[in-house]
Design a protein around this ligand. Structure first.
Ligand SMILES: C[S@@+](CC[C@H](N)C(=O)[O-])C[C@H]1O[C@@H](n2cnc3c(N)ncnc32)[C@H](O)[C@@H]1O
Length: 338
């Protein structure tokens, strides 16, 4: 079966689709929430099983063309909302309980390959990086934030060794020449970093990732999204998250591990072991990665990690420690709102 959706080019290969279908038990039917519809790879595959219903979300309005196509074929079994997944509880009634909720984080190939959107360092256009429903773009960030905030963004969201140097050069050079295009930003990164021929990734990768995370408040989105999704899962319902970088994976791991029955209390942030209520059953800390042949056809999948957890029978409670643990990152992302 071919799950990759058209219309026209370019294609997005749904990452670890086989694994998602197996873990979600789509063949048994039920209500599925696809929090990151993209071009519909997961949703269409789930809907190919007759007893399924899918509610899908995406913050990018450009995905609606794919959602309309899915809707045409699955009239009564598919609904799409152009919202951010942090707001999932605004569209799903709290009495509706889902069998499975799925997050496939980051960008789709459609977003990366649209050079007008400025996500790719190969673009020659404006530096934008908005996924959709944003209040700021990358140009605002690079031309307005102070050196300390820029440096923190590169350090915390990009794990960038030369965070301060890049921030210093941005502030120095933008005085005479505002940073408007992708090449403007790439030039500053190249000026700030020594070439490391051993490194396999492009010299701009980490700085680009950092600005993208900040512009889209991806950490806040993930934390709020995970919490709100857990409210909507039925007992025994499954939450699946596919991550693409270490910050995302750390957040998901912390959440599943520390709010499950086999939690370990290794930090002051961890909930008390004796707590009687939990959100997830017996979390096993299993990480699935794409098979070699998937990476061969879709190189983007190489950094994917899939984690999943099963909702317990306990009533939902607010997992405050999740926000406490990552509060420094959430505060940094929300600096504009202050
Ligand atoms: C990796 S793609 C998903 C691809 C999809 N699984 C498929 O098979 O086509 C991620 C999608 O999630 C969307 N997205 C990212 N963050 C989001 C958020 N906070 N809320 C809603 N959608 C989001 C992006 O716009 C993008 O379309």
């Amino acid at each position: 079966m071919k799950y990759i959706s058209s219309p026209k080019k370019p294609l997005h290969f749904p990452v670890m689709l086989k694994e998602v279908l197996k873990i979600s038990q789509a063949d048994k039917g039920g209500l599925f929430v696809d929090c990151t519809f993209g071009s519909g790879g997961y949703s269409n595959a789930i809907l190919s099983f007759p007893k399924t219903k899918v509610i899908a979300l995406d913050r990018d309005l450009n995905t609606k063309i794919y959602a309309d196509k899915t809707k045409k074929i699955n009239k009564n079994r598919f609904t799409f909302f152009n919202i951010k997944f942090s707001e999932i509880n605004k569209i799903i009634n709290k009495n509706t309980k889902a069998d499975c909720i799925i997050f496939d984080l980051g960008l789709s190939s459609l977003q990366i390959s649209n050079l007008k959107r400025g996500f790719s360092f190969n673009s020659k256009g404006k530096i934008d990086m908005r996924m959709g429903l944003n209040s700021i773009n990358a140009q605002d960030v690079l031309n307005n934030l102070d050196i300390k905030t820029l440096s923190d963004i590169f350090k915390f969201f990009g794990d960038e060794r030369d965070a301060y140097k890049i921030a210093r050069n941005i502030v120095k050079l933008r005085k005479n020449n505002p940073i408007n295009s992708v090449p403007d930003f790439v030039k500053i990164i190249e000026k700030s970093k020594k070439k490391n021929f051993k490194k396999k990734i492009n010299i701009s990768t980490q700085a680009f990732q950092a600005i993208r995370i900040f512009v889209n408040k991806e950490i806040t989105e993930l934390i709020e999204g995970l919490i709100n999704a857990s409210k909507l899962l039925k007992e025994g319902g499954i939450i699946i998250v596919v991550t693409f970088h270490s910050i995302e994976d750390k957040i998901v791991k912390f959440f599943f591990r520390n709010f499950s029955s086999n939690q370990s209390r290794g930090s002051r942030y961890y909930p008390d072991k004796n707590k009687t209520r939990i959100l997830f059953e017996n979390y096993k800390n299993i990480i699935l990665r794409p098979e070699a042949n998937e990476i061969k056809i879709n190189n983007r999948s190489r950094s994917a990690k899939l984690r999943f957890a099963v909702r317990s029978k306990d009533e939902f409670f607010n997992p405050k420690d999740l926000k406490n643990k990552f509060s420094h990152l959430m505060e940094l992302e929300n600096i504009y709102a202050k």
